[in-house]
Design a protein around this ligand. Structure first.
Ligand code: DC
Length: 208
């Protein structure tokens, strides 16, 4: 079991996918669960800040919800970050994540609280960081590649708002686990991040 945590656009998703492929593990992007709950609420015209409605939406998330392309939209990401601050929502999604992690042959989970709350016994814990400016530039590129036009300052504001909510919430806030290995990806490309992560995973595996 490999945990990959970090803030938005730090490179977690790409790294987690590649690690899963390399080590023959399954991969779960746990952000999609919070996004799916948020999308259910937005489509129903409900307020993501309402804890009871948010918890009910989270309890209703199914595998089919996770394939919806609308999950990637920035407004869904913002709403997901609001939804994710409710303890009842996190509780509703915990069993599903732990069950995924426990199934053979093992898994790579990426998110915000995998190493701290979801899988505190993960064999390897990685924490990716990058400067806010670099992460905003990456998000802008990703949006453009999907044909979505946005402006630098707006993307930067959105990343900062999401960071603040994810780090300051009382329920499972974003922070590195005490035993996590941090990688600052600001000046690294995806291949370099992958190489560093593989070196960490291999050294953990050989010392276990
Ligand atoms: O990783 P992402 O951008 O898809 O996540 C969307 C939001 O979901 C993020 O701002 C916070 C929340 N989230 C969380 O609280 N815990 C996780 N394990 C994954 C995501």
């Amino acid at each position: 079991m490999i945990a990959v945590d970090g803030p938005a656009a730090a490179g977690k998703g790409t790294l987690a996918r590649r690690l899963a492929e390399r080590y023959g593990l399954r991969h779960l992007d746990t952000g999609l669960l919070y996004r799916a709950a948020a999308l259910r609420l937005l489509r129903a015209g409900s307020d993501p800040a309402q804890a009871a409605a948010a918890a009910a939406a989270a309890a209703g998330v199914t595998d089919d919800d996770l394939a919806d392309p609308a999950l990637r939209d920035e407004d869904v990401g913002q709403a997901a970050s609001v939804v994710a601050a409710h303890g009842a929502v996190r509780e509703a999604l915990l069993g599903l994540q732990r069950a995924f992690a426990a199934r053979a042959p093992g898994a790579v989970l990426d998110g915000r609280d995998i190493g701290t709350v979801v899988c505190p016994d993960a064999r390897v814990k990685l924490y990716l960081e990058a400067s806010t400016e670099v992460r905003a530039a990456r998000r802008l590129c990703e949006l453009r590649s999907r044909g979505v036009e946005s402006i630098d300052s707006r993307v930067l504001d959105e990343i900062m708002a999401r960071d603040a909510r994810d780090r300051r919430r009382s329920a499972a806030p974003l922070k590195p686990a005490a035993d996590a290995c941090s990688i600052d990806t600001s000046a690294l490309d995806a291949d370099e991040v992958f190489e560093r992560a593989v070196a960490i995973v291999d050294s953990r595996l050989s010392s276990a």
